[in-house]
Design a protein around this ligand. Structure first.
Ligand SMILES: NC(=O)c1ccc[n+]([C@@H]2O[C@H](COP(=O)([O-])OP(=O)(O)OC[C@H]3O[C@@H](n4cnc5c(N)ncnc54)[C@H](OP(=O)(O)O)[C@@H]3O)[C@@H](O)[C@H]2O)c1
Length: 249
């Protein structure tokens, strides 16, 4: 299954297949509702062959849509053991005076509020269920540490994900809820296709950057997901070895 997904160009699709092997109920499938209905066919294709997969097209920017997702998960499975907050968008490029308030709201709404909404419902159920507890893995980014040029909304949202991760990890302790974050740099997906061809650098040059197979992200998430609840990896950073991050260029 991993081989079949190797060229799927989407971190979420790579994760869904191996995580199913753990037998966990996984919320936040990478999907949504209007105007994203065309995505449900892609979701069904992703879920093909996955054991007991439940496909629920969801828009993570919509509180009602996310609430409906978790009601469906509870109705079908009675509990949730794992939430991978994967949905994200780079949004339109721009410095702080260049992007519109609408673009800011959409980028922050998808990357940050979407993760909050899913965690809000997941933690509620994890606290209520018996045995109590579960795990949340937030998809952060290298942009949670250091910005790309002209990426103010994405960078702000991903920095805020770090705060969300730490807060959930702290407040979750009392309820056997573990929370960690994976910070990816340049996995080969639709989002990074342009980066492989040429990405703006801090000194103004445009240069192609190395990428790596998103399957390795899936394997890392599977490792995090399989840990017992008394063990947590708070942050994991996985990057293309030669990308310009460590070393300031
Ligand atoms: N690739 C990297 O190197 C890299 C680096 C750092 C962080 N990340 C993070 O990894 C995550 C996945 O990125 P990717 O590289 O796989 O990008 P991608 O190929 O663009 O995939 C983005 C995913 O998010 C989903 N999504 C977007 N808006 C949504 C919404 N409103 N509701 C529900 N789902 C929504 C998309 O669903 P549809 O397919 O239905 O549109 C898609 O599955 C993101 O959080 C991203 O920030 C990736």
């Amino acid at each position: 299954m991993l081989t079949r997904l190797r060229n799927s160009m989407d971190v979420g699709r790579s994760i869904v297949s191996p995580s199913d092997m753990t037998g966990n109920s996984t919320g936040n499938p990478p999907a949504s509702s209007t105007p994203r209905l065309t995505c449900s066919a892609r979701l069904r294709e992703t879920a093909q062959g996955a054991r007991a997969a439940l496909v629920v097209p969801t828009d993570v920017t919509s509180p009602d849509s996310v609430a409906a997702l978790f009601q469906t998960v509870e109705r079908h499975h009675g509990r949730i053991d794992l939430l991978v907050n994967n949905a994200g968008t780079f949004g339109p490029s721009g410095a702080v005076d260049e992007i519109s308030p609408e673009d800011w709201a959409h980028t922050v709404g998808t990357n940050l509020t979407g993760a909050f909404l899913c965690a809000h419902h997941a933690v509620g159920l994890m606290r209520r269920q018996r045995p109590q507890g579960g795990r949340i893995i937030n998809n952060g980014s290298i942009s949670a540490h250091s910005p790309r040029p002209r990426s103010v909304a994405y960078t702000a949202a991903k920095h805020a994900i770090t705060g969300l991760t730490k807060s959930i990890a702290l407040d979750g302790r009392a309820h056997d809820i573990a929370c960690g974050q994976i910070d990816i740099g340049n996995a080969a997906t639709e989002m990074t296709a342009g980066i492989a061809e040429g990405a703006q650098q801090a000194d103004g040059r445009t240069a192609p950057e190395p990428t790596f197979d998103a399957e390795h992200v899936a394997r890392a998430v599977l490792y995090l997901a399989a840990l017992p609840l008394d063990t947590n990896v708070l942050f994991m950073t996985i990057t293309a070895t030669k990308m310009p991050f460590v070393g300031r260029g």
